[in-house]
Design a protein around this ligand. Structure first.
Ligand code: PLP
Length: 225
């Protein structure tokens, strides 16, 4: 199933749109199967789960962190990941910068936008994104390469469209500022039920889980670290 799902999705994606296989709750063997089927980027929400999968898959894929990053996990995260998509504060950016400096790495990051302006959601509010981008641009070992958003969860993907439009607008605006040390290349939006709408609105990274691996069963796996 995984193989068929991956080839169908890869066949459907327009040129220039990258697929991130969202691997939360999946076993390392399932992640490996996805990679052997053509997935080039694995997205992980939990550092501990990523370590397990990384031991099996290693550098046959690139690794994106797409979950909520706790400060005490940054040291491990910067070793495993090639991109952190969920930076939403200058504090976490500063910790990533500090830990990357220790291992001579420059970490590409995306700023996560709380495009639905929902309380208790991760991500920075749209009106605060520019300020955060300017603050992060001062760091030496971290480079902003774009924006990521989840948007509110809806059954109907059309309901997500305004949030994708808003995030794209922000993306274009920040790109035009030509800020030092910031290269706005990636716009990560859209999941299994919304990725087609997201691509129509300018996403060039989509993060897809269920459509690759099947329905998630949070019960059988540890869903936290
Ligand atoms: C789980 C997850 C996805 C994928 O969700 P699906 O609906 O399974 O495609 C994408 N992005 C993030 C940040 C996630 O946590």
């Amino acid at each position: 199933m995984i193989k068929q799902n991956v080839s169908q999705i890869l066949g459907d994606l327009p040129d220039g749109v990258q697929l991130v296989a969202a691997a939360k709750t999946r076993e390392p063997e399932e992640v490996l199967e996805a990679v052997e089927s053509g997935v080039k980027i694995v997205g992980e929400n939990y550092v501990q789960e990523a370590e397990r999968a990384h031991e099996v898959v290693g550098n046959r894929a690139r690794w994106h962190f797409i979950g909520y990053l706790q400060k005490n996990k940054v040291k491990k995260a910067v070793r495993i990941f090639d991109m952190i998509e969920t930076v939403d504060s200058v504090e976490i950016a500063g910790e990533i910068d500090r830990r990357c400096a220790q291992i001579n790495k420059v970490m590409p990051v995306l700023i996560e936008v709380n495009s639905g302006c929902e309380e208790q959601k991760s991500g920075v509010l749209p009106e605060a994104v520019e300020q955060l981008a300017r603050e992060i641009s001062a760091f030496q070992n971290i480079r902003v390469e774009g924006l990521m958003t989840m948007g509110p969860r809806f059954g109907n993907p059309e309901d997500s469209r305004p949030y994708f439009v808003e995030t794209k607008r922000l993306f274009d605006r920040i790109r035009k500022l030509n800020l030092h040390n910031i290269e706005m290349k990636y716009l990560s939006m859209g999941m299994t039920n919304s990725y087609k709408v997201a691509i129509e609105e300018g996403a060039n990274i989509v993060r897809i889980g269920s459509k690759i691996f099947g329905k998630r069963n949070y019960g059988k796996s540890q869903a936290s670290d």
